[in-house]
Write a protein that binds this ligand. Structure first.
Ligand code: APR
Length: 308
């Protein structure tokens, strides 16, 4: 029997992710949304690409949580995206309610699943999913760092005219204005970017990375990014499904690592079939550590706003 992945929310991020997953051909996919018929329509459309692209993935669109039963992975994308001028943090109350309801339902049908939270404000929503699910921290992850790092890598590659594949980088911290792109550890084919790009230009790229989501929101007019976000979730799902044990920045529930307690914050994590397999603690310099603490404080404030 094929394994099963559920994606909750058949909006831009959810449906693009389902398309990417269907093309992977390693699991059947259920796409849930509260809007009647819409996920069913999108599922049919995606599945009818199968004969052309050569995948046999069964894609089921549904408005009934019973169809999600026995999922190995559940990705939560349901919620409202940011509007222009809105910060991720403005969204907190609205999406808190949605993520709580969704988590309750999916856990009922898939008590052994691994949850990947995508809904913003990301770190706070992951914290809700962890609390409501009652799962161990290994099985609740948030997708943010892979995306923020992908944005950083894109800009660095463009700057030096290199292949994105040769650019290694980390972006840590919360998925918000306080995220911490680790410029010191960014390399192009092993060469530190400090040898390739001026400090002023690096700072500009770091800032553009921090504003990466907002830049797209502004250009789109309505809605927010979904191509790179869905690709970033896919990398996490790949590492779980194929037990690749890749190390990537993810929002994970820290319990003392980096001096942070009981809070979701983006850090390098090893992801495998069990979900979070290891938090990687890299040595930060005092300035980076201060920025990470500041970023964690911003997440803490949101968690406080939510009253959990
Ligand atoms: N249960 C299930 N689905 C829901 C619920 C709910 N309670 N409430 C809303 N939805 C669905 C909507 O019907 C919609 O189809 O969630 C979907 C959200 O899709 P979009 O509005 O297209 O938003 P999208 O761009 O996909 O972003 C989703 O991911 O990156 C984040 O910030 C982004 O929080 C946002 C989320």
């Amino acid at each position: 029997m094929r394994r099963k992945i559920t994606v909750v929310g058949a909006g831009f991020v959810g449906s693009t992710l389902v398309q990417r997953l269907a093309e992977r051909d390693y699991a059947d996919v259920v796409m849930f949304d509260i809007v009647p018929n819409m996920p069913q329509g999108k599922a049919l459309d995606i599945m009818q690409a199968g004969p052309v692209l050569g995948f046999d993935t069964q894609v089921t669109g549904t408005n009934d949580y019973a169809d999600t039963v026995g999922s190995d992975i559940v990705v939560i994308t349901s919620g409202f995206p940011r509007k222009p001028g809105m910060t991720r943090d403005d969204l907190v109350k609205k999406n808190q309610e949605i993520v709580s309801q969704v988590t309750e339902q999916v856990v009922k049908y898939s008590p052994d699943c691994i949850i990947i939270c995508v809904t913003n404000p990301l770190d706070a929503m992951a914290q809700i999913a962890l609390k409501v699910s009652g799962f161990p921290r290994e099985r609740v992850l948030g997708m943010a760092g892979v995306l923020d790092t992908a944005r950083f890598r894109t800009f660095i590659a463009q700057e030096v005219g290199a292949s994105v594949r040769d650019v290694q980088a980390y972006v840590l911290g919360g998925h918000g204005d306080t995220m911490v792109p680790l410029a010191r550890m960014c390399t192009v084919a092993g060469v530190p970017i400090s040898q390739l790009i001026s400090p002023e230009r690096i700072e500009e790229i770091v800032q553009r990375t921090r504003d990466g989501g907002a830049e797209i929101v502004k250009l789109l007019g309505t809605g927010s990014a979904y191509y790179a976000p869905s690709a970033s979730v896919l990398q996490m799902v790949d590492s779980i499904m194929l037990d690749k044990k890749m190390i990537m920045p993810c929002a994970v529930y820290l319990q003392g690592e980096y001096g942070i307690h009981d809070l979701f914050v983006g850090v390098p994590a090893q992801i495998g079939s069990k979900g979070l397999e290891k938090v990687i603690e890299i040595e930060l310099n005092p300035s980076e550590r201060e920025q990470l603490t500041k970023s964690a404080d911003a997440v803490k404030e949101l968690v406080h706003v939510m009253g959990i």
